[in-house]
Design a binder for this molecule. Structure first.
Ligand code: NAP
Length: 307
């Protein structure tokens, strides 16, 4: 089958595979859970609101999929929740073929997670860093496993400010600066994780993906802003469906030709829409120095060590 226009039709069977999707109740996560379950995987739908998770599961099972879905509670804004979720997974599952770190928030006002991290960095990067580290034994012991991190075009404007990672010293909080930093962190983490796997001869790969611009609930924090009310109808017209936007992360998760440290995104104009292909991330995302710094800091902040 042609991979020029890669779609869910190109997916291999996933019978016997265990796949964990964070933020699986909505948007791109929902579409990913659906696609994996349709191909026969046992999918763990991780979400912070069990009712939303169960509703998503019911919707997917209504279309008669081959696989199964288990809904489990995970709040990435709370390290205690991440730890108890990881323990729950380790007690229930003996393999984890794919960990899709998809959940995220964007353009929120300034607030902190339960552990005092700026919310976007805390959810998008630190929560997933802790989760991946806590599931490492399971990932390591599953042959050919994958960790897939969902980044964004917004990583291009991201800057790692290690002197003020949590925006504590800013007089005015710039929410898109915080989002950009968190999405750059997703890529720095992906590439460092791949180096970690290689150095330790672990039979797993780390990959990243971005969905271009996709119609989901991600911009819900902007809905009351005057500029968003004007721009929203226009943006909704340009943006692709969540199902199409999820294709890069689905491809990164299951396509047999994918290699470690690759980055998938849409092939259309400016990577805003289209079919999933290999794309480039910025030189800043490949900084060895920043990746190492972020890794060490993330271990310290979350208390999760990869050694
Ligand atoms: N849509 C786009 O155009 C776009 C572009 C670039 C990158 N992305 C990335 O794509 C990913 C998925 O976003 P989406 O567009 O599908 O948005 P979405 O529809 O808002 O979905 C985000 C998911 O993350 C979950 N989530 C948020 N905070 C969480 C927490 N503390 N713990 C656990 N789950 C949490 C949400 O749960 P609730 O339903 O409970 O809020 C929801 O399930 C994000 O990483 C985002 O940065 C999206």
């Amino acid at each position: 089958m042609s991979t020029k226009h890669w779609t869910t039709l190109n997916m291999p069977t996933l019978l016997g595979k265990t796949i964990l999707v964070t933020g699986g109740n909505s948007g791109l996560g929902f579409e990913s859970v659906k696609a994996f379950a349709e191909k026969g995987a046992n999918v763990i739908l991780a979400c912070r609101n069990l009712e939303k998770g169960e509703n998503a599961k019911t919707k997917i099972l209504d279309i008669d999929v081959k696989g199964s879905i288990e809904v489990l509670e995970l709040d990435l804004m709370d390290l205690a929740s991440v730890k108890s979720f990881a323990n729950n997974i380790k007690s229930k599952y003996k393999q984890l073929d794919i960990l899709l770190n998809n959940a995220g928030i964007m353009a929120t006002p300034y607030f902190t997670t339960k552990d005092g991290f700026e919310a976007q960095l805390g959810t998008n990067h630190l929560g997933h860093f802790a989760l991946t580290g806590l599931l490492l034994d399971l990932i390591k012991s599953t042959p050919n496993s994958r960790v897939v991190n969902v980044s964004s075009m917004a990583h291009k404007s991201g800057l790692m400010d290690f002197n003020d990672l949590m925006f504590e010293n800013e007089r005015v909080f710039k929410t898109f600066k915080a989002y950009g930093q968190s999405k750059l962190a997703n890529l720095l983490f992906t590439y460092e994780l791949q180096r970690y796997f290689e150095k330790n001869k672990i039979n797993s790969i780390a990959v990243a993906a971005h969905p271009g611009g996709s119609n989901t609930s991600l911009a819900s924090h902007l809905e009351k802003k005057w500029y968003f009310k004007i721009l929203s109808p226009l943006l909704r017209g340009i943006m692709q469906s969540a199902a199409k936007g999820a294709l890069p992360q689905i491809r990164a998760s299951v396509d047999a030709s994918v290699k470690g440290a690759e980055y998938y995104g849409p092939d259309g104009f400016n990577e805003v829409f289209g079919y999933p292909v290999l794309v480039e991330s910025t030189p800043a995302s490949h900084s060895l120095e920043d990746a190492k710094k972020l890794w060490e800091l993330s271990e310290k902040l979350t208390g999760v060590s990869y050694n």
